[in-house]
Design a protein around this ligand. Structure first.
Ligand SMILES: [Zn+2]
Length: 92
């Protein structure tokens, strides 16, 4: 019976990496998965009104310059009119 000397596990010597420059332009033939049509959230004028019963309340202020019908964008501290650029700061 011969005793086998415990084998030392040597870490594999790292082979010098040869940088391969592969710049093959592969033509992408993979078909893009068709996007599922998402139900568009209604935007526009309908989103500006909140209908409560028979009353339609405007959720956004209208532009003073452009008149009713021109809604202003709701910002953190101000409203702006995308039509004429009028800005009104929130007072409260
Ligand atoms: Zn305006």
């Amino acid at each position: 019976m011969s005793k086998k000397p415990s084998k030392k596990e040597e870490a594999p010597a790292e082979a010098p990496k040869i940088e391969e420059k592969k710049e093959e332009a592969k033509p992408q033939k993979a078909e893009k998965p068709k996007r599922e049509k998402k139900k568009k959230q209604e935007k526009g004028v309908h989103a500006m009104y909140k209908i409560e019963g028979e009353k339609a309340t405007r959720l956004r202020p209208t532009c003073e310059r452009c008149g009713p019908g021109y809604f202003m964008g709701d910002h953190k501290n101000r409203y702006t009119c995308g039509h004429c650029g009028f800005t009104r700061y929130k007072t409260h």
